[in-house]
Ligand binder design. Structure first.
Ligand SMILES: [Zn+2]
Ligand SMILES: [Zn+2]
Length: 285
């Protein structure tokens, strides 16, 4: 599958904390007319095992704050003009005095009437003066091959709109991956356990093994020991952002010993045992 160039506008975040700082405007001082950046938005997506391995294009529906079309993001009712805040006289700050046993303390505080902007206005009916409205949008998300549970995709500027000309936040898509009943993932490798009979392990055989590419023949060499791991090169997970690089599928061979033998089988095994003893005796000579 050709995933194309996903570096733009999607950046994959490997660091856990990167991008967590975009809490635009939270706790910030609302100084006069200061632009406030929009907050980042988060979205969880669940992929099946193969979608995470090979990548997928998904349409997702996100809800975030967008600039209000009625007031063009200003928050003021169209046709009205902002006026100087009467509480703070346009300063954006008020001084409050508190009398304590130690004397009178003065504290400078952000004006609560105008939120520190120094202006008041008739609020827009659509957004109640915020300048932003909550809207739902469908966006097409390109998930690159090789993502894993906990991977985060960053979609620039698709978060919440800013206020007073602030830039929009980013959208972070957090990936969860459903497990596969037989294939286990270990980073870029895929782990699988196969069972072969002791006879096949001794004589060698070819078995069919499930892989993310479908059923693939795997040669079990003669004399394979129990718990041997066979490597199916490049049948693993594509390496993120590195085209044509793939991990391996590691197949652990479980050798099955029969619990019951037919009388004929038992006779043959006993003959084999005698033969084996004879061999040992010969080699000791
Ligand atoms: Zn509005
Ligand atoms: Zn004010």
């Amino acid at each position: 599958m050709d995933m194309g160039d996903f570096s733009n506008p999607f950046d994959l975040f490997e660091s856990l904390f990167e991008g967590m700082g975009g809490m635009g405007g939270m706790g910030g001082r609302a100084s006069r007319n200061r632009a406030v950046d929009g907050q980042d938005e988060y979205y969880n997506i669940v992929l099946n095992f193969k979608e995470a391995v090979f990548g997928v294009e998904k349409e997702i529906e996100i809800t975030r704050l967008e600039s209000c079309g009625t007031c063009d993001g200003s928050g003021a009712k169209p046709g009205t003009k902002p006026s100087k805040c009467s509480t703070c006289g346009g300063q954006g700050q008020v001084v409050s005095s508190a009398r304590t046993p130690l004397g009178v303390f003065q504290q400078v505080m952000t004006c609560s009437s105008c939120g520190g902007t120094g202006e008041t206005f008739s609020p827009c009916n659509t957004c109640s003066g915020d300048g932003r409205v909550r809207r739902t949008k469908r966006i097409s998300l390109k998930v690159p091959a090789g993502v894993d549970a906990g991977s985060r995709l960053r979609v620039r500027s698709e978060g919440n709109a800013g206020r007073r000309g602030g830039s929009p936040g980013d959208l972070f898509v957090i990936i969860e991956v459903m497990s596969d009943p037989v294939l286990k993932r270990d980073d870029t490798n895929i782990l699988y356990t196969c069972k072969v009979s002791y006879i096949d392990a001794i004589l060698g055989t070819t078995i069919k093994v499930p892989t993310v590419d479908g059923m693939v023949d795997l040669k079990i060499p003669a004399g394979t020991q129990p718990s041997t791991t066979l490597v199916m090169a490049k049948k693993g997970v594509p390496v993120l952002s590195k085209r044509n690089m793939r991990g391996d599928q590691l197949v652990r061979v479980q050798v099955e010993i029969p619990k019951r033998l037919s009388s004929e089988e038992k006779k043959l095994i006993e003959e084999l045992a005698d033969l084996s003893k004879g061999k040992t005796a010969t080699s000791r000579r």
